[in-house]
Design a protein around this ligand. Structure first.
Ligand SMILES: NC(=O)c1ccc[n+]([C@@H]2O[C@H](COP(=O)([O-])OP(=O)(O)OC[C@H]3O[C@@H](n4cnc5c(N)ncnc54)[C@H](O)[C@@H]3O)[C@@H](O)[C@H]2O)c1
Length: 358
């Protein structure tokens, strides 16, 4: 049995608390929560019937023999400092996406966890959506042949009130824009399916809200395989969310997963049909409950399984770093107006840094 504690009781926290407290995650339970905002910590503690704290160090010290894993659910710009501070207590760490906002912060987190002999897991729950798992299976079976093109589309709706609800949202220092916050899931999926990226060229705009970072971006990618890719990402879709999708095109097949959160199989066409292909569209046609996708339950199950069985996690610190590297390269291209190759040294990318000149 693994005992989990949460740091941060905000919007995403019910996904973690609800799963851990309900018994949906085998061999796991919630034992403590913490938030610097008393009303949030207290409300969570009372709802899930666990001790609540206002300071994570206080929680880690008082509960040190009871906690095995701590989940960092704080604003993105704080993940790195919180992970490095928490690593000291020697408990495994789950951190929400994006793991950090700069590659050097991501490296510090990985190093700290290595130094204290603990595991680091980065939340990428969409990898566990059933149609996504099915697509990955087809890729591993080499059903696509030569890869041609991969496209992801994030057409979501976030209005000014969404950004204004917390001071960290949309700020370069704490969050970034649609690429680093919302589309990082899709960036991760695109790279997972299409393989490593050679270069990116991107443009961004802030169209419908007043925030520092972008609400809209387009990216052209070249993969190391020679295939091409497109990322289309916006939180300026109005009046409501339209889609979160991925299309993979290869010499011998085409798959498209759509819905709001990459969880509805739309197209499953292969030159060489296999047994079971005819049922794929029916079996994977399901509507998502909301834009976060289905996967936190499966994601947390994977964390528990990896720890208890000492198996590799689907997304560890290095896996989380990979999508951050790609997003950072995209921001670098936006700032420089140039195509950026990977690996690269960020020079202009503003994500995670104080605004230039301020
Ligand atoms: N996986 C997903 O699909 C998904 C969805 C939403 C958010 N997220 C990520 O989760 C993180 C949190 O997002 P959110 O929307 O829940 O934000 P939020 O602002 O609603 O919640 C963050 C909470 O952390 C608390 N906090 C800040 N500093 C703290 C500290 N030192 N100790 C304890 N608590 C502290 C805040 O008071 C707040 O309640 C972000 O990184 C975001 O990108 C992931």
């Amino acid at each position: 049995m693994l005992n989990f504690a949460l740091v941060g009781c905000g919007r995403i926290a019910p996904r973690h608390a609800g799963n851990l407290a309900s018994g949906k995650i085998l061999n796991a339970k919630l034992v403590a929560v913490c938030d610097i905002k008393e009303e949030r910590a207290k409300a969570f503690g009372e709802k899930y019937k666990v001790p609540w704290f206002l300071d994570m160090h206080d929680m880690m010290r008082k509960m040190k023999d009871k906690i095995d894993v701590v989940n960092i659910l704080t604003p993105s710009g704080d993940h790195a400092q919180h992970a490095v501070d928490l690593a000291f207590y020697g408990k495994h760490i789950v951190v929400e996406k994006p793991m950090a906002l700069t590659l050097s912060d991501a490296d510090k987190m990985i190093e700290a966890c290595d130094r204290f002999g603990i595991r680091l897991f980065v939340v990428k729950q969409n990898r566990f959506n059933l149609p996504v798992v099915k697509l990955r299976e087809a890729l591993l079976e080499n059903r696509f042949g030569k890869m041609v093109m991969g496209t992801v589309r994030v057409r979501w709706s976030r209005d000014q009130a969404y950004y204004d609800q917390d001071p960290w949202r949309g700020k370069w220092e704490h969050d970034g824009g649609v690429l680093s916050n919302q589309a990082i899931h899709h960036v991760d999926l695109l790279q997972w399916m299409m393989g490593d990226v050679e270069s990116v060229f991107a443009k961004s705009a802030t169209r419908l809200v007043n925030i520092e970072a972008e609400d809209t971006a387009v990216v052209v990618l070249k993969f190391k395989s020679g295939a091409l890719g497109i990322i289309e990402a916006t939180t300026a879709t109005r009046p409501k969310d339209l889609e979160g999708s991925i299309s993979i095109l290869g010499e011998k097949g085409t798959v498209e997963i759509g819905g709001f959160a990459v969880n509805e199989m739309k197209v499953w066409n292969f030159v060489d049909n296999q047994k079971g292909d005819e049922g794929v569209l029916t079996h994977f046609k399901q509507n998502p409950p909301d834009v976060y996708g289905f996967g936190h339950t499966e994601y947390l199950n994977n964390v528990v399984h990896s720890i208890l069985e000492n198996k590799a996690a689907l997304v560890d610190g290095l896996g989380g770093r990979k999508s951050l590297e790609l997003v950072s390269a995209i921001y670098e291209s936006i700032e420089t107006g140039r195509e950026v190759t990977i690996n690269f040294m960020p020079e202009k990318c503003r994500l995670g840094l104080k605004r230039l000149g301020k």
